[in-house]
Design a protein around this ligand. Structure first.
Ligand code: UDP
Length: 312
């Protein structure tokens, strides 16, 4: 099949390219490098089934197909990045989603958009099930991200209902692994970077807020299964193993042998207090659940961060 992927040079996008190439597909990747990195795709540069085009997908563009599958992964996924670029973030969920949907409509291609657990905001239902409508502050700092993704979901449903495009919506929960940007401010690279530099761990708030972390290969497998399914409504993809951020800091300490202290810093505005996916739907319709334990995934991620730190 002929695939086109926005956000191909990003963390998840580049792993999706690898998976599709390994499965024997033709892949064209688009990225404007606002947060993606050319290094993430370097190893595919001379692959006969891979092509890269530097493109801002929020702007009008044409990449002649025909395409069989359109993937819209472009996004500023880290709170630090989307707070620094709120307008680009809103455009990526709105205009860019429409641009990518138009390609799918034109070619009769399938379309998958990567949405987010942030659609649930600071959730009042726990764990979060897809039918929960969420608790989002529409004018808060994080709203540029949350509302852009909610708009992307609405736009995707409209293209399905109005034009009959075969769409899928993945609601991705916290994901980690090699090729995350070491300095993007998210908790996994932040704590690993601090451990490797022998610096204190910066825990925001009192560290009682929870998250659940999914390894990237599991997530990509969920995306591929979802894209092949007939499910039009959102599907949660994430690891239900939940832990507090303080517990997470201890896990990183044990793993890296760091004995540095915790430095408590203010909790960012609207930081969700709890987050854990209910994955019953993904289990039943996709036969999917995460396989990689946190210790193993973190070990792979540490090795990667060590390798890029040495390379610098
Ligand atoms: N966090 C933290 N220290 C850091 C970075 C993040 O305590 O250096 C916390 C953050 O406040 C949040 C959780 O870790 O509660 C996950 O943050 P991240 O930015 O990775 O993603 P989010 O789930 O908030 O989108």
């Amino acid at each position: 099949m002929n695939h086109i992927i926005s956000g191909a040079a990003g963390f998840i996008g580049s792993h999706l390219c690898d998976r599709l190439i390994a499965d024997g597909h033709q892949v064209t990747g688009l990225d404007n490098f606002i947060t993606g990195a050319a290094r993430n795709l370097e190893h595919l540069a001379s692959h006969p089934n891979f092509r890269f085009i530097e493109q801002d997908v929020t702007k009008p563009f044409d990449v002649p197909g025909p395409w069989d599958q359109v993937w819209h992964l472009a996004s500023l996924a880290s709170p630090r990045e989307y707070l620094a670029h709120p307008l680009e973030t809103l455009e990526t969920g709105s205009t860019a989603t429409r641009n990518m949907l138009e390609i799918a409509r034109r070619d009769g291609a399938r379309f998958l958009v990567t949405s987010t657990s942030e659609c649930y905001g600071d959730p009042q239902e726990h764990p979060q099930v897809e039918t929960y409508w969420g608790n989002v502050n529409p004018v808060g700092l994080r709203s540029c991200y949350d509302e852009s993704k909610r708009f992307a979901e609405a736009m995707t449903m409209a293209y399905h209902r109005y034009y009959g495009v075969r769409t899928n919506i993945a609601r991705i929960f916290n994901t980690y692994g090699p090729r995350m940007a070491l300095n993007d401010g998210r908790v996994v690279p932040a704590f690993l970077d601090q451990a490797l530099r022998d610096e204190p761990f910066t825990v925001f708030g009192d560290g009682s807020q929870t998250r659940s972390f999914c390894y990237v290969s599991d997530l990509v497998d969920g995306l591929v299964r979802l894209a092949a399914s007939e499910e039009r409504y959102p599907v949660n993809l994430g690891n239900p193993a939940e832990l507090t951020i303080l517990e997470f800091a201890s896990r990183i300490r044990e793993l890296t042998g760091s004995n540095r202290e915790i430095k408590f810093e203010p909790l960012p505005e609207d930081d969700p207090k709890k987050r854990r996916p209910n994955i019953a739907k993904a289990k039943s319709i996709l036969g999917w659940e995460p396989k990689v334990p946190l210790a193993q995934g973190l070990q792979e991620t540490v090795e990667y961060f060590k390798s890029i730190t040495v390379a610098r």
